[in-house]
Write a protein that binds this ligand. Structure first.
Ligand code: ZN
Length: 368
């Protein structure tokens, strides 16, 4: 599970800048540097405003169709001056979202043109595994795979190179010397199986591509590669709750088996809290608050900071409901694991022995 980098926002316009070099394409990167909203304060940033004014004038020139295309990119479309994004200046906005499955496959093919490939390479399956990866990360995956092939004195990049490099890009390199004690390895195995088992029991489908308990340089002790659910734009309340339960599944397994908690769940806790809070403040999934927005998201493309827009009293109530929601799902996860204790033990033992198992192996043992 990893967070995603922001994606740039493109705006373009068949434009009339009076250039001697027409026809041409003018590309302005990070247009927010000069295109920020004018704040109307006297004695503001004069130079920047003059630059912007000049740009606006040039783009609105008198001559039509001189064959100049202007493209600009920004991560902060909401901070641009409205005069700049008005039709006649930049006519069209093209949000560049993270690529979907088809997009990822196509991007991989473009980057892979530069390397020698083995016949067995299946871009479809690589794209499926790299769920949530950005274009830059996909380029990096191909690059890492090529480096791995070179290190092994091979002339061709294989499927295995690409698969390993997905994990390198997402979770870092494998730590060569084992740093986990035997007991720690056991705890991590139960933790990862806890996540996967809770997910599998709620949806009755294979939730993971791969689970491994080989430590990575990013600090992750275990790592679960999730199944790409395809293009999924709407999520129901039930699905969100199940997701929270899955996130608490790791800790729930530790509690059930070892009767203690470890620090391994910090990332799960962060994600579960974020999700639960969003359900109440943004998605209107709490009966008490109905369809009232309690939070406004600013800066969608740069991390999406949210700021609360409600009374202190409501804030306290939100906190209470977030805690209750996570607690309910945590208990649900605990119950699922308790009911499937045999499978939990069996799967954790198998993962402990093999260190890396595939989703198919997981489902085979689960359904035996
Ligand atoms: Zn976890």
């Amino acid at each position: 599970m990893h967070s995603l980098p922001p994606c740039p926002h493109w705006i373009c316009r068949q434009n009339q800048i009076n250039l001697k070099k027409a026809s041409c394409i003018v590309f302005i990167d990070e247009i927010d540097a000069i295109g920020q909203k004018r704040d109307g304060r006297a004695g503001g940033n004069d130079e920047r405003e003059q630059t912007l004014n000049q740009l606006l004038t040039e783009m609105d020139g008198f001559e039509e169709n001189t064959g100049v295309m202007i493209l600009a990119a920004t991560n902060r479309p909401e901070s641009l001056d409205p005069a700049l994004t008005r039709p006649g200046r930049f006519d069209r906005r093209v949000p560049v979202e993270l690529p979907d499955l088809q997009g990822r496959e196509a991007i991989l093919r473009v980057h892979a043109k530069k390397v020698n490939l083995c016949d067995n390479v299946d871009f479809g399956s690589i794209a499926r595994m790299a769920s949530g990866a950005s274009g830059a990360e996909l380029a990096n995956i191909v690059n890492e795979a090529a480096l791995r092939a070179v290190r092994d004195n091979r002339e061709y990049v294989t499927q295995a190179d690409l698969e390993e490099s997905i994990e390198v890009v997402i979770a870092g390199y494998q730590k060569k010397n084992s740093i986990l004690t035997d007991q720690e390895k056991k705890v991590v195995a139960y933790h990862e199986i806890g996540h996967a088992l809770v997910a599998a029991k709620q949806t009755n489908s294979a939730p993971v591509q791969k689970i491994t308990i080989v430590p990575r340089t990013s600090g992750a002790l275990g790592y679960t590669m999730q199944v790409d659910e395809g293009n999924h734009y709407l999520m129901s309340q039930e699905e969100l709750e199940n997701k929270i339960a899955t996130l608490t599944g790791g800790r729930a397994a530790e509690e059930l088996v070892f009767h203690s908690a470890s620090t391994g769940a910090s990332n799960d806790i962060e994600q579960a809290t974020k999700l639960a809070r969003a359900m109440i403040t943004c998605y209107g999934m709490s009966p008490d608050f109905d369809m009232v927005a309690l939070e406004t998201v600013t800066n969608q493309y740069l991390g999406g900071d949210a700021s609360l827009a409600c009374s202190a009293q409501a804030q306290a109530e939100i906190d209470k409901q977030v805690i209750a929601l996570v607690k309910r799902q945590h208990q649900k996860a605990g119950k699922i694991l308790e009911e499937n204790r045999n499978k939990l033990d069996e799967l954790a033992e198998y993962l402990y022995q093999k260190e890396t198992i595939t989703g198919e192996e997981f489902m085979k043992i689960l359904n035996q």
